[in-house]
Design a protein around this ligand. Structure first.
Ligand code: RB5
Length: 153
């Protein structure tokens, strides 16, 4: 993979982020860890910003995001223009959100999935490719919603 993977977590996702980071590093996949760096309480919307910005700017290929449920940080990520984040706890969804939604952020819950499953989710996400075709039109419509929000609110 050419560009690094951006990692971000709140305190609820910190330990799972560390486990996934170790796995990626062992496989020689470069990561940029945007925190948090310990289990002190932080707010998940804050923790989504830097890794998602890195993806939107093209500095990182994907973001892997973690909070207690994976849900809060996915909501935050999806508010950033250009981010298509999916909160997953099953391998099928992790694979198909790349293939059909061209997802660029995978979110997982540190209180939901164990490290073994998280690694399978990450593998499924990173090894799948966007299928294009009819799915391109739908992803373009997601961008059109973002443009509408920018201009009408
Ligand atoms: C933090 O306690 C928790 O609310 C957060 O990690 C996340 O689960 C929110 O969706």
């Amino acid at each position: 993979m050419d560009k690094p993977i951006a990692l971000g977590a709140d305190h609820g996702g910190f330990e799972l982020k560390e486990a996934v980071k170790l796995y990626l590093e062992e496989r020689g996949i470069a990561c940029h860890d945007y925190g948090c760096y310990n289990t002190e309480s932080v707010d998940y919307p804050d923790m989504a910003l830097a890794p998602c910005d890195a993806v939107v700017k093209g500095e990182c290929r994907f973001a892997l995001l973690f909070c207690g449920t994976g849900v809060g940080i996915s909501i935050a990520a999806n508010k950033i223009n250009g981010i298509r984040a999916c909160c997953c706890s099953d391998v099928f969804s992790a694979k198909y959100t790349r293939m059909h939604n061209d997802a660029n952020a995978l979110c997982m819950g540190g209180r939901v999935v164990g490290s073994g499953l998280a690694i399978e989710l990450v593998d499924a996400f990173l090894s799948a490719s966007f299928e294009g075709g009819r799915h391109s039109r739908r992803v373009e419509k997601l961008a059109a919603i973002e443009a509408r929000e920018r201009t009408t609110r």
